[in-house]
Write a protein that binds this ligand. Sequence first.
Ligand SMILES: [Zn+2]
Length: 165
Amino acid sequence: MVDFDRSLRTLVKDLSDTMVEANGVGLAAPQLGVSLRVFTYLTNPEDDDEPPRVAHIVNPEMVEVDQEEVEDMEGCLSVPGFSYPLRRSRRVVARGMDQHGEPVEVTGADRLARCLLHETDHLDGVIFLDRLDPQTRRRAMSEIRERMLAGEDIQVKSSPHRPLF
Ligand SMILES: [Zn+2]
């Protein structure tokens, strides 16, 4: 349950600041250890020339997910430094609320659609590695394990995500 109070606004600000600082295009509350259905994202993830425009959504639901899929490289701030090809729907429509409880609807295509799906997955405890095709997933897990064995701290810390290994 999300209460539309000051602590929610603080969370949205923390998510926004952390995401922008990390040059991310999306960040979900569980990635900061908060089990609430909230994420921030960039409305212009394709645009490297303009300053990032940050938005957020609370209790998002996908109301449209196009059948048509595109493959693109995908990464995650919780698994920094790794990206892998993944097929996702080309266009989605998400509905939810803003931090004041007002309804919001966002239509995303291409990278924004990918971002909305990726962040909604985080709210359900699903990380993009879970969606890779089996062969790519095997390669990903062995590359990640190698870097962890080399002493790098790569761990998806927070609920509802389980440890990678
Ligand atoms: Zn992620």
